[in-house]
Write a protein that binds this ligand. Structure first.
Ligand SMILES: [Zn+2]
Ligand SMILES: [Zn+2]
Length: 360
């Protein structure tokens, strides 16, 4: 039996339960979780904005140690320090064949298969991971090795926020050295965008948030100008970019208002990359004339347009070499009983990434 935080149904509070977790089957591994970051998608799953069969153990940004392996597993062994990937591409479907593994049709299949039980009732692994628990069982394809120089508590964030944010800059938008970058919304993903922009050698990195302490944190990570949300953003950004607007904008909020503000803040020919996951009620509008005149690009970035099998090791290498400061993204740590509080902080926009340490 392992302790886990289970979501009984969308809209209900998480419950701490004793989970019976079977030994790993063929091609699977069992991982003792060192830490799991609390991601905005967990909140969306808990509310029902994102769909996931329930009851489910949420938590999909995890790292830990392999404690047992199933039949036929050769890619990893007991004792390995690993980061978990919630969307391992299948390598077989049409999208994988196109070289777009982040759109793989089967990368989330495991989320719909029960993997454990509580009092005999089946339980699903949230986003195929089930990280809010002492241990989990996942596909061996969903774990990648962590270099010794990177603490597991930091590596956990690479599983979601860092791949999403850094990937959006390097892979989706392909920001070039010297280009100006606007980042709206400074959660774990937004701050990863800031670090990715530095890695890309961006020029001006303008950051926007409601919380002054997050703006300060972003400045310490290499942002060059901080703007408190609420002003006339496009005008403010033009004032900082020789009246042209930014080359790139990254929306890490996912609201109609912020997406539209990002788009209006880019230069003619500029690009807005939407990373935030918005709701169906958010409607963004443009006039036909401005779409033509400004010749801008509006695109989304799913999982940072990354291939986890090659890009997770690359990002961990950047962290091991000190080119990414994962530690700066980590806020406070809580036990499994502290997740509800972490959700509340996230809703109010307080603090940076909260880590759930199941053993605490
Ligand atoms: Zn996430
Ligand atoms: Zn695929």
């Amino acid at each position: 039996m392992v302790r886990a935080a289970v979501l009984p149904a969308p809209g209900q509070p998480l419950q701490l339960v004793e989970l019976s977790l079977p030994e790993p089957g063929p091609g699977q591994v069992r991982v003792r979780i060192a830490a799991t970051g609390v991601c905005h998608s967990d909140l969306s799953l808990a509310r029902g904005t994102l769909r996931q069969p329930v009851p489910a153990v949420l938590g999909h940004e995890s790292a830990g140690t392999v404690v047992s392996v199933g039949e036929g597993v050769t890619s990893t062994a007991v004792g390995d320090r690993v980061v978990l990937c919630w969307a391992p591409p299948c390598g077989q479907c049409w999208f994988c064949g196109q070289g777009e593994p982040w759109l793989c049709e089967h990368s989330s299949d495991a989320a719909a298969v029960p993997y454990a039980s509580v009092d005999g009732e089946p339980v699903y692994p949230g986003l195929s991971t089930g990280g809010f628990a002492e241990e989990t069982v996942v596909s061996a394809r969903a774990v990648l090795p962590v270099p010794d120089a990177v603490p597991l508590e930091h590596a956990a964030l690479v599983g979601c926020a860092v791949m999403t944010g850094v990937g959006a800059v390097l892979k989706t938008a392909r920001v070039r050295a010297g280009q100006s970058v606007l980042v709206v919304g400074l959660g774990g993903v937004g701050l990863s965008v800031v670090q990715g922009a530095r890695l890309a050698g961006a020029g001006a990195v303008i950051v926007v948030d409601r919380a002054p302490e997050k703006l300060e944190l972003a400045m310490s990570m290499g942002a060059t100008q901080a703007l408190e949300a609420g002003g006339e953003l496009a005008k403010q950004v033009r004032g900082l970019t020789e009246r042209r607007g930014a080359d790139h904008a990254f929306d890490c909020v996912g609201m109609a208002e912020t997406i539209r503000a990002c788009w209006s803040s880019t230069r003619r020919g500029g690009t807005t990359t939407v990373i935030g996951i918005g709701g169906k009620e958010q409607v963004v509008s443009f006039t036909a004339l401005e779409i033509f005149h400004f010749a801008r690009t509006l695109q989304s970035s799913v999982y940072g347009s990354t291939d986890p099998f090659t890009d997770i090791p690359e990002v961990l290498e950047h962290a091991a070499a000190g080119r990414l400061d994962l530690g700066a993204l980590v806020g406070r740590s809580v036990g499994l009983d502290g997740i509800a509080g972490a959700f509340e902080d996230m809703e109010r926009g307080i603090g940076v990434r909260t880590l759930v340490v199941p053993s605490s």
